[in-house]
Design a protein around this ligand. Structure first.
Ligand SMILES: Cc1ncc(COP(=O)(O)O)c(C=O)c1O
Length: 398
């Protein structure tokens, strides 16, 4: 029996594919510090956890395909509190995580073999979402030397063809931590207007901005009919396993088209939507504290990396990742070495090789994405493992 040709073209996620090696290390009694995945160790808000315990519907029902109205109303209020006044519940469609939101957007805006332009490096699972929709990703390389800022707009313009359906941006960015500024957004919006295409912006890290100002794509009224925002509860409230996200747009034709896909998968999960409704009632101090904590971790990580000879990294402005470049030829090989052949005082570290965060072949081979999702004590131990591991790896490869 044979699997489809289609599935053989999919990648195993570089964020997760080394997990069997990590589990094998743990079986040997080695403690692994997981800096590979954006799985925060921060506590979910108590109001949300209480809702899990207090869920008391007589059965767990299907709900509306577009999501529970109370949740959509809650999100509309959330955007109002964040300075975006005119997003109504009708402009919001709840999805099963931001992941489904990206897939639905691709399926709705692009035909097979259409193109989506994306600055690379980008959130690597987008590669698989594009494949599912048979969409080709057209990369524009952003560079570590430029702190991963938006490449010149002319580069985007050159890549626009009859097949371009949209440009996809992520701000604050995973994996680079860059926050696109108002000027950069405006340049892209003008380009999209000129070429009659959509601008998709993934804002799942919108709460986590440490330097500079965050500008939401939802705040550009003049362009609102060609804007789609992707949102998620996963990171904001440390509830990644709840699988609640959203598509937000003033373009009703887009949302009504997405609804066909939503109806086919019936509805987003009910218990988790109730939990999300509760999460929205979280006291503002929760997110303020979480943001402070991530900022502390960022500063700790970047100053630690600065002290490791030969490692280049920039200071991420937001989200909770950075891309670091190592003085070696192949970061994937290094990541495997750390899990398979190394430990320092019974501990090691797992990182995500960054090559698959790029479409362009060969770029990013020396780079890895590091998530600062652990407390500073564990981060400190992880940094020691990284430094000692690098020393040993270099000895073996010189
Ligand atoms: C940029 C970005 N978009 C979307 C997602 C998917 O999030 P969700 O858990 O909501 O599916 C992630 C998850 O890491 C992400 O980093």
């Amino acid at each position: 029996m044979q699997m489809s040709h289609r599935i053989s073209g999919f990648q195993c996620s570089p964020i997760r594919r080394l997990s069997p090696l990590a589990r094998a290390a743990e079986k040997k009694g080695i403690r692994v510090h997981y800096l590979n995945i954006g799985q925060p160790d921060i506590k979910t808000p108590q109001v949300a956890l209480d809702e899990v315990r207090n869920y008391n519907k007589p059965n767990i029902p299907y709900g509306p395909s577009e999501g529970l109205s109370e949740l959509r109303e809650g999100m509309s209020d959330y955007y109002k509190k964040h300075g975006v006044d005119d997003i109504t519940p009708d402009d919001i469609l709840i999805t099963t995580g931001g992941s489904e939101a990206i897939q639905f957007a691709f399926m709705t805006l692009c035909d097979p073999y259409d193109e989506v332009i994306i600055p690379e490096p980008y959130y690597t699972n987008v590669t698989s979402f594009a494949r599912m929709a048979m969409v080709n990703l057209v990369p524009i390389t952003s560079r570590i030397e430029d702190c991963f800022s938006l490449p010149p707009i002319e580069e985007f313009e050159k890549k626009i063809t009859r097949k371009t359906g949209a440009i996809l941006l992520c701000s604050p960015n995973n994996p680079t931590g860059y926050i696109y500024n108002k000027e950069e957004m405006l340049q892209l919006l003008e380009l999209c207007k000129k070429n009659d295409i959509f601008l998709l912006v993934d804002e799942v890290y919108r709460e986590f901005c440490y330097d500079g100002e965050f500008t939401s794509i939802l705040s550009f009224d003049e362009y609102s009919d060609r804007v789609v925002c992707i949102d998620s509860f996963s990171k904001r409230y440390s509830m990644c396993g709840a699988r609640i996200g959203a598509l937000v747009s003033k373009n009703q034709e887009f949302l009504q088209s997405v609804l066909k896909l939503s109806q086919a998968r019936l509805c987003p999960p009910d218990i988790e939507q109730m939990v999300a409704i509760a999460a929205l009632k979280t006291d503002v101090s929760y997110l303020q504290d979480v943001k402070e904590e991530y900022k502390k971790r960022r500063d700790f990580l970047t100053s630690g990396l600065d002290k490791i000879p030969g490692v280049i990294s920039n200071i991420p402005k937001g989200a909770f990742y950075l891309v670091a470049e190592f003085p070696i030829d192949n970061a994937e090989d290094f990541a495997i070495f750390l899990l398979k052949d190394f430990n320092y005082e019974g501990e090691t570290v797992m990182i995500s090789p960054a090559e698959d965060f790029y479409v362009t072949n060969g770029i990013g081979r020396k780079q890895a994405r590091i998530a600062y999702v652990l407390n500073t004590e564990d981060l400190g131990r992880a940094l020691i493992c990284l430094e000692k591991g690098l020393e040993e790896y270099k000895k073996l490869h010189n």
